[in-house]
Ligand binder design. Structure first.
Ligand code: FAD
Length: 318
């Protein structure tokens, strides 16, 4: 079922959802199930599964030199989606990236999703690779997420990239895109970033999921500005609980987001990471309650491979 249909069917009740990361190559999928199991009592209508960009590894050769190879440490997004969907009878949302994929490879991923009965995809550009100063697409890949949205939308109309195919069964993907309440780190201004968001929606995006934020006012202002610009699709807030002390430095560095001073002071005073975890849970509970009171369609949690703090939040909120 499409995310937009789930939202409609909920008739104003806020839904719970979360995002997981596929296990590293070589690990058993049971590890993932162990993380999902505790969250299923909160009845998520959908679970997002991230896609990781390719990265370089260096292999020592017999002559002592290092050989650079490209690899994916966490492949299998579509396979993980399929297994979760069948095990838990829940919709899954694979994240589809521009980075590292040609348009043809993207089409094959989408065809796989279609055959597996996956109805929703999250269309993202992806970040630059670790060694790159700027994002660079592969040859014949997309530069921006809006182009990926266009490709998915074309497929929904039954138009494949190169082949003339008479299709009685076109795809009908519901397309999610990313939004940034504190603007995307590369964007010159909030307004410019919002125009780019509008471009993704105009290209066919059905809903937006936001980057994490710790001050709900940032989300409320973002939604207001998006609505003023004519963006009418659901805007789902993304919440991440702080769980270790170093998050107060790492999260702003990676995502260019601000942490409210009250939260920072609490964490600075904390005794240890168990205490930080409790502070993070309490903060996320308060954020979630306020968002629900404001009538958001879904609260979406970034689990980052750990479900115990998400469970602690959900059990106080849902
Ligand atoms: P875009 O919308 O393409 O925007 C990228 C930048 O380009 C922005 O600064 C934008 O303002 C600008 N821009 C857009 N269009 C144009 C244009 N036409 N001309 C000039 N500038 C333009 N990353 C992963 O690797 N895997 C994941 O699974 C993943 N999941 C995510 C889920 C969510 C909910 C969010 C919020 C982010 C996720 N990311 C993921 C991170 C995301 O890939 C990065 O934030 C990335 O840097 C931008 O992706 P985007 O889709 O927002 O890009």
């Amino acid at each position: 079922m499409r995310i937009t249909e789930h939202i409609k069917a909920a008739q104003g009740k806020t839904l719970f959802s979360f995002e997981i990361i596929p296990p590293k190559k070589g690990q058993h999928i049971q590890k993932l199930y162990d993380n999902i199991d505790p969250l299923m009592e909160f009845k998520p209508p959908f679970i997002d599964v991230t896609t990781s960009r390719e990265e370089y590894v260096y292999i020592k050769k017999n002559n002592g030199l290092l050989e650079r190879k490209i690899t994916r440490m966490r492949p299998g997004t579509v396979g993980v989606c399929s297994s979760i969907m069948h095990k838990y009878n829940v919709d899954t949302v694979p994240h589809v990236l521009c980075g590292g994929f040609t348009r043809e490879e993207t089409e094959y991923v989408l065809v796989d999703c279609h055959y597996l009965g996956i109805d929703n995809v999250m269309a993202l550009r992806g970040d630059a690779m670790k060694h790159e100063p700027y994002f660079t697409p592969v040859e014949n890949g997309h530069h921006y997420a809006y182009e990926l949205v266009e490709q998915i939308n074309e497929l929904n109309k039954g138009k494949y990239l190169h082949d003339i195919i008479e299709t009685p069964h076109p795809t009908d993907f519901c397309i999610g895109v990313a939004g940034y309440p504190e603007k995307h780190l590369e964007s010159p201004s909030m307004e410019a970033d919002l125009r780019r968001l509008k471009q993704k929606v105009d290209a066919g995006a059905d809903y937006v999921v936001t980057q994490m934020f710790f001050d709900n006012n940032k989300y409320f202002e973002f939604v207001e500005a998006a609505r003023a610009m004519g963006i009418t699709v659901p805007i789902i807030p993304g919440i991440k609980p702080v769980s270790v002390q170093r998050h107060i430095n790492v999260l702003p560095q990676i995502f260019r987001i601000n942490l409210p001073d009250d939260l920072v002071k609490e964490i600075e005073k904390s005794r240890d990471n168990n205490h930080v975890r409790e502070i993070g849970i309490e903060w996320a509970v308060q954020q979630s309650k306020e968002l629900i009171a404001a009538g958001v369609p879904v609260v979406h949690y970034y689990s980052m491979g750990r479900s115990n703090n998400i469970k602690a939040i959900a059990s106080q909120v849902f």
